[in-house]
Ligand binder design. Structure first.
Ligand code: UDX
Length: 476
């Protein structure tokens, strides 16, 4: 099929490259000339595993190309995908300018039978706005369809998610059988490999996307709230999450406690859903709490640091990981930003390391010399530790999972280790001499230690050894 994909960001580029790999002829469109130049030269504008290789292959085999030329892209595409951004406005409402601009071009340059496939994340009811815009700008009469086809791609595994999605959701007008045929044809390879496809009405498809991300965010805030409770009650959050996750109704994903969720989707979509609720006179009380819990996680890390360093001024702190999650260089809504800003405000010197996102961090703070002056970028994780009083683990990159504790100790001037992603084994970290703090983890031995009111001891085989208090009155 001939396909035009508008927007060459994460979603658009993954969609364009994936559809080309499936044998379609794809033209990616973007308004940014530098980006188009890069793409035509076979360079991906962001880090995503496998992307550049697959893009280059499809470019050289002639199934994929990129252009700035909107009219010819609309002429080219039998299917016209919108994968442009819908960034949040000040009030968190999704900004539809870019989507409606694609709709405007579709109206002006469209022709008989073309299908507008919306992959941009948009609030419920946007499809009607797209249709209005197409019709307002049409220069001639033609039959067309508007489809809502939300994406569920995760950064870092975007291509894998494209080819092996859990489901394909397609919102269509109930009687539009022609469009169903085209979408079935487009997704045939996936349907044949067993991926479920759900046809819905357009509005429900739009809500499915927001509801899915809001639910994932809710799970994360739930487990983070429970982690705080575990810290107070002496239970271990990882053990609790594992036990919960073994229940098939619950499952074990999105139950990792820590610094919370960031990225380009979860925070934005949660905000946009709450805002849309408000616009319709509905108050999403639960989701507002989810937001609040997430916002307090970076502050919790600083509290843990303050437990050991009462005075932060002038202290050197190392940070491992900057991106909002591993396998991406994306810093959008990353907890590292809030942490860095707060620590710089408290006059700390920061030594940071991230495998791929340090350049993005430099560019981000280029207009904030106060922050930039306090940051030093290290060439490897251990380099960041030289002279540091504390290490904060912020992103769960695999290379931080099995650190050389002896080397760490020899390089650091202090022994504070705060694990914002619960990566390390608490017992081992403490045995290696670190004052280790986590998000809701305990040492197994912590909660069986005898207390003043409960003097029970354990014998060598681990069984409880009862100590009867001498109380002659009771004996008689
Ligand atoms: C998300 C959705 O998963 C995807 O379906 C959607 O289309 C786009 O948004 P992404 O933003 O790439 O994908 O990240 P995701 O893997 O969902 O992680 C989001 C954030 O939650 C990350 O900051 C991650 O560190 C955090 N997270 C995830 C947790 O804190 N705990 C968890 O258990 C899982």
């Amino acid at each position: 099929m001939k396909i035009a994909v508008f927007g060459c960001g994460y979603v658009g580029l993954t969609t364009a490259v994936g559809l080309a790999e499936m044998g379609n002829e794809v033209l990616g469109v973007d308004i940014n000339p530098t980006r188009i130049e890069m793409l035509l030269a076979g360079k991906a504008p962001f880090f995503e595993p496998g992307m550049e290789e697959m893009m280059k292959r499809n470019l050289s085999e002639g199934r994929l190309s990129f252009t700035l030329d909107t009219p010819s892209a609309i002429h080219f595409g039998q299917l016209v995908f919108s994968a442009v951004g819908t960034p949040p406005k000040k009030n968190h409402e999704a900004d539809l300018t870019a989507v409606l601009s694609v709709a405007e071009s579709f109206g002006r340059f469209g022709s008989q039978g073309k299908i507008f496939v919306n992959k941009s994340t948009v609030p419920v009811g946007t499809s009607e706005k797209i249709r209005e815009t197409i019709e307002r700008n049409a220069m001639s009469s033609f039959d067309y369809s508007v489809v809502s086809n939300p994406e569920f791609l995760r950064e870092g595994t975007a291509l894998q998610d494209f080819f092996h999605p859990d489901r394909i959701v397609i919102g269509i007008e109930p009687d539009d059988l022609g469009v169903k045929k085209s979408m079935d044809k487009l997704y045939r390879p996936m349907i044949d490999s067993g991926v479920p496809i759900q046809y819905t009405d357009v509005r429900s498809a739009e809500v499915i996307k927001y509801a899915s991300n809001a639910f994932l965010a809710t799970r994360i805030s739930f487990i983070n709230e429970l982690a705080e409770f575990c810290e107070l009650s002496g239970a271990d959050i990882k053990t609790v999450a594992k036990g919960m996750g073994l229940d098939k109704r619950i499952g074990n994903t999105f139950l990792e406690a820590g610094l919370g969720f960031g990225g380009s989707c979860l925070p934005k979509d949660l905000g946009a859903l709450i805002e849309k609720g408000g616009a319709l006179g509905f108050d999403f009380k639960l989701l507002k709490e989810v937001q609040k819990i997430n916002k307090r996680q970076p502050g919790r890390m600083i509290q843990k640091l303050k437990k050991h360093l009462t005075q932060l001024r002038g202290k050197t702190v190392a940070i491992w990981g900057l991106s909002f999650k591993p396998k991406t260089d994306d810093l959008r809504e990353a907890p590292s930003l809030e942490l860095i800003t707060s620590l710089v405000k408290a006059k700390c010197k920061l030594k940071v390391f991230d495998p791929v996102s340090m350049m993005n961090m430099k560019n981000l703070f280029v207009k904030n010399p106060t922050v930039l002056k306090s940051l030093s970028f290290s060439t490897n994780p251990y380099d960041a530790l030289k002279g540091a009083e504390a290490l904060l683990i912020v992103t769960e990159w695999d290379e931080f999972r099995n650190p050389d504790y002896a080397k760490m100790k020899s390089l650091m001037s202090g022994d504070i280790l705060i694990d914002g992603r619960n990566l390390l084994a608490p017992k081992e970290a403490r045995e290696k001499g670190f004052r280790y703090e986590s998000f809701g983890r305990i040492l197994l031995s912590d909660n069986v230690a005898p207390t003043k009111n409960h003097p029970t001891k354990r014998n060598v085989s681990g069984r409880y050894h009862l100590i009867v208090k001498k109380n002659p009155a009771v004996r008689e």
